[in-house]
Design a protein around this ligand. Sequence first.
Ligand code: SF4
Length: 475
Amino acid sequence: MSAPRYHLTSYGCQMNKLDSELVESRLRQRGYVAAASEAEADVVLLNTCSVRQHAEDRVWSKLGKLRQRKRGEPGLVVGVLGCMAQEHKRYLVSRMPHVDLVVGPSAFGDIDDTVEVARHKNARLAAERDPARTKHEVVGAGVVTVDQGKSGDTIRRDVRVRPHRSQAFVSVMRGCNMPCTYCIVPTTRGDEVSRPIADIVEETQRLCDDGVTEVTLLGQTVNAYGRDLTGQGATLARLLRALHEIPSLRRLAFITSHPNFLGPDLVDAIAELPKVARYLHLPAQSGSNTVLKAMRRGYTVERYFARVEQLLAKAPDVELHSDFIVGYPGETAADFDATVAFLQRVGFAQSYVFKYSPRPGTVAAELADDVPDAEKERRNQVLLVAQEALTVAKNRALVGRTVEVLVEGDSKVDGRFSGRTEHHRLVHFAATDRDLVGRYVPVRVTEALAHSVVGELLPENAAEAGAHDPAETHA
Ligand code: SF4
């Protein structure tokens, strides 16, 4: 009998992509193989995101198509995983009989068992995080009880599911305890739970033994890492210092940070540890104190600036990345103008801009969504244009300089490869030698584009000559 084939589509954030790697690893260890396409799969899994309406809409649309397919293929197994499974479990179970699995983010440790049960017993089951009980709830015909899932963080990852052999993500904590009014994450992902430093070091060492040289630590508020590990003195700064000792690790990044937890110990670690990436993703969300207060972000514009200045005083080569939400309820034109000025004053290297959309179950969803769509779109465009001007200026400043690039693979343009600098800047260059993938190479920048740069590959010994993305200022 041929091995069962799965197809997994991942929506949303980097944390979801890592979860998808863990789910795939579990299935492969169970003998499943990846289908060449969704149409050829026996098991179709959607790892979903609830953070934005757009991501949810894509999943509902996909489920509509799968409903039709399943009419002709009753043996097909359809699973909804992740945040939408957590958030919409009742609806999925009661209104979508073609969905066989509904598995929340904390139940991935047993995902292979869950898929097997659904495949062989044709049972519909729903597993979700439930801190009050030790069992997952199971719903539907052929009731099955599944033991409390391990979050998935301890699953040994199959090298075949990592998109890049030299790069890996490592989850250091899950959940979030912050009260941001617009955000569904604390509901879908639960309270902060940090992994012990020793576990993370052990996993990272294993990945490095397996050829990984760049690790990105993941957490919803990654720089709040360790505050739930009472009495252990675990902080992100300590974790970075411990991981820095792994000899074959060359780059160490972490996302996403919250401005309130950028303390002196973390600033010192960033400044002192040469393997730590030279960019910091520090979402500001707004440049208006009125909006920040309404969002319950817990800081002011002045406090954000002060933290950034403390960081840049010690680590002036670090670039800042941000997220912004435009059109939050009550955001006036003056609030928005303050955000544009704030973005320009900090001089972010990169920003993601989102138009506010209410998420049911959040505090902000109770407020009037009073900024018209057309105005949200206008603000979105204005902020994107302002950010692009900053990004292009930073890219232009690199022309003529040599940067060290970790080669990731083919660029979208034929005959080119692409990779990233220690500032996370995307670099394209002409090359044909596939052995370059996963290596660190010197590239001289020749052209600045809106979101990347183009360069020419230099001989590898040119790295000595200054393979360093130069210091750039922000404020
Ligand atoms: S810090 Fe705020 S925006 Fe970020 S995950 Fe937590 S609640 Fe959501």
